[in-house]
Design a protein around this ligand. Structure first.
Ligand code: ADP
Ligand code: ADP
Ligand code: ZN
Length: 227
């Protein structure tokens, strides 16, 4: 069943609603597993900052809490996955978000002889999600994620990791947060069954403290990932 490179490959899809803790956990996993964290939201935000054509298009959707169309999203992620640092594996966060994206991902991986090893689904109740998003602060410099109550920085407004300035995302307004959660239920929750049917889904209780979620994730990946 494939080469040594393939047997070592770790292609991980993190599923969970906005605010479930995907970004927070992906940062730990990146360090622990030595494979890159690829966040479609971060890729879009990079394009916003650099004012690319893609960024200008994406902004109109992001500001409303809607999904950016599949075609452009898939092309952007495909380009990222083609870079050499993704050859041994990747932690995908925020992609796929639709069945069409999931199918495209299978195709992109298959071209390189890879496939998804495990899909941890970080499960968190709706009421908790809004409180998480409302208190989220992100480092402008390194992307580290904090929460004003649940995971505060040591010095208010400053990143523990790099000293960078913390900011609240433009799309973390109450209105957009609610819309993002609705969009998640309409367009992304079908992926839970999609991956469950394929035997890839592992449910993780995302309402535990960050360290417990982290331990459960690592255990699930080590048990199920092809590593
Ligand atoms: P959160 O961490 O709150 O879930 P993200 O950073 O993942 O938010 O995404 C922010 C926004 O970027 C989304 O509301 C959407 O507009 C866009 N986006 C990110 N990933 C995708 C995707 N896979 N498909 C379509 N749009 C996406
Ligand atoms: P996602 O990427 O899934 O949208 P984030 O990782 O950005 O979610 O987390 C959303 C907010 O919730 C952040 O402010 C983060 O600090 C906080 N958070 C993440 N995991 C937990 C947890 N297990 N318990 C409490 N707060 C958490
Ligand atoms: Zn930082």
């Amino acid at each position: 069943m494939g080469s040594e490179a393939q047997s070592k490959a770790k292609f991980i899809v993190l599923l969970g609603a906005p605010g479930a803790g995907k970004g927070t956990q992906a940062t730990y996993l990146e360090e622990e597993l030595g494979i890159p964290h690829v966040s479609s939201g971060d890729l879009f935000r990079e394009n916003l900052r650099e004012e690319t054509e893609l960024g200008k298009l994406a902004r109109t959707y992001m500001d409303r809490g809607e999904l950016v169309p599949d075609e452009v999203t898939i092309a952007m992620v495909k380009e990222r996955l083609a870079r050499p640092d993704c050859a041994e594996g990747v932690i995908l966060d925020g992609f796929p978000r639709t069945i069409a994206q999931a199918q495209a991902l299978d195709g992109i991986l298959a071209e390189k002889g890879h496939k998804i090893g495990v899909v941890p689904y970080i499960k968190v109740a709706d009421e908790v999600l809004l409180a998480r998003l409302a208190g989220r602060w992100t480092c402008r410099q390194c992307g580290a994620i904090y929460h004003q109550l649940f995971s505060p920085p040591k010095v208010a407004g400053r990143c523990d990791e790099c000293g960078g300035e913390l900011y609240q995302r433009a799309d973390d307004t109450p209105e957009t947060q609610r819309r993002r959660i609705e969009v998640y239920f309409q367009q992304t929750t079908p992926l839970i069954e999609h991956y469950r049917e394929r035997g890839l889904l592992v449910e993780i209780d995302g309402e535990q403290p960050i360290e417990r979620v982290r331990a459960d994730l690592l255990a699930a990946i080590r048990a199920n990932g092809r590593s």
